[in-house]
Design a protein around this ligand. Sequence first.
Ligand SMILES: [Zn+2]
Length: 307
Amino acid sequence: MLPKPLAYVAWPIYWFFQGAYLMGLWVIGHECGHHGFSEYPWLNDTIGFIVHSLILTPYFGFKYSHRTHHANTNSIEYDEVWIPKRKADKLYSEILNNPTGAFIVFVFKIVLGFPLYFVFNLYGRKYEKGITSHFYPYSPIFNDSERFQIFLTDLGVFATCYAVYRAAVIMGTQWVINIYGMPILFMSGFFILLTYLHHTHPSIPHYDSTEWDWLRGALATVDRNFGFLNHAFHDVTRTHTVHHLFPTIPHYHTFEAREAVKPILGDYYKYDDTPILEAVWRETKDCIFIEPDEVNGQKKGIYWFYK
Ligand SMILES: [Zn+2]
């Protein structure tokens, strides 16, 4: 048992780094979903399913919604996640459009964004009907051939929840919170930081179907520098653009691929190494809603962030 003052410091350090390495594990599961980890599809799905279930991520549900995200990146109609608000959404464009509002939005997103995205599809695409949850086999996010795997996903996450419950009965709730719960909370914060910052930046456009195409969407992503955490995150932080262009490249080759692709992309490659906390505060404050350019008297096509 650590002496009290030391415990107050040591536990948060453990939660932070354990959360970062769990995020690294999450990245491996994501790569399995792309069939980039191994040449064998069954091995990708087995490893991805085990790894993601252990960290409360619905493997197959995310694999399939993520496929749609890659196929429709930055389309305001069909992208799966991080679609910005419109000016007509007054809660965001007026009521929360100030530093206090931005702070509330930021804390809410970091603490609750991960579970609320997977359970209720918050920050996800709006479907016309149906229950949009990554855990619901009949969700419109999935097609009929995928529904059984969503059921398996639920079993995987449920098994982890049961194991956590049993650990709490045997070892005590406080022990489980310290060893597992808090690192998962940090991991889910890192997940939000990473995915949000790759797809949100004052300089990137969004498109409706009159202007969207796959390459434009793939290039509307931004690489970021997480400093000493890049390593724990397997460098996906600085290689997200190349990941959108070639999603099956495994993480241990993406940096090399990025260096090869950068000179070809020229100005189309976007990298912002603003310190992460500064960047997330700027984006939360400045990237609230998008509105379209006016072309020949018509407002449609390409959408930019406005303050
Ligand atoms: Zn991906």
